[in-house]
Design a protein around this ligand. Structure first.
Ligand code: SF4
Ligand code: SF4
Length: 164
């Protein structure tokens, strides 16, 4: 009898407890700060150009070979408006192959890429999961709008270099 009462009490307590889940996809639980979604590219708002110089280091170290990067001369460098001699020409990330390991962010010497918290990307076709350069910049912009500058200390370095 005592066991039945204890069981009933547990059931009632559980029924009165607030739910820990939400009705997805209408509602979302907040993500932990350390959560890593897919990578996004960062934009230098002061010079109004990408921070990515197209060096391809991230593509070389990516364990799943899912990044395609091309490089070009930076016109703004020739005009004296930027400290970046080279600039990314095209950047495509095959999200279907990205394992969200963060290696691309670790190896980037220019702090041009960040692990965003974007993870809800789906498509019925594989090509639909190819994120182009504009999409990747939009992902990086969204991340910085929500979390502040991804590399605040390096923004100051960039400003000094530009001023020289
Ligand atoms: S994201 Fe970084 S490592 Fe990758 S191509 Fe751009 S500058 Fe190079
Ligand atoms: S997170 Fe990992 S798998 Fe995804 S693009 Fe970067 S290096 Fe490649």
């Amino acid at each position: 009898m005592i066991g039945v009462i204890k069981g009933l009490a547990t059931t009632i307590k559980t029924m009165l407890r607030s739910p820990v889940t939400v009705q997805y996809p209408d509602k979302h639980l907040p993500m932990a700060d350390r959560f890593m979604g897919f990578p996004g590219l960062l934009w230098d708002v002061k010079i109004d150009e990408s921070k990515c110089v197209g060096c391809k280091v991230c593509a070389r170290y990516c364990p799943t070979d899912c990044m395609y990067v091309s490089i070009k001369d930076n016109e703004k460098y020739a005009e004296g408006k930027s400290h970046r001699k080279k600039m990314v020409d095209d950047f495509v990330l095959d999200i279907s192959r990205c394992i969200v390991c963060g290696i691309c962010v670790e190896v980037c010497n220019f702090d041009a890429i960040v692990m965003t918290q974007i993870h809800e990307i789906g498509n019925t076709g594989r090509r639909g999961l190819w994120a182009d350069m504009d999409t990747l910049h939009a992902m990086g912009k969204e991340y910085e709008e929500e979390h502040g500058p991804a590399y605040p200390e390096n923004q100051a370095v960039g400003e000094e270099e530009t001023a020289q």
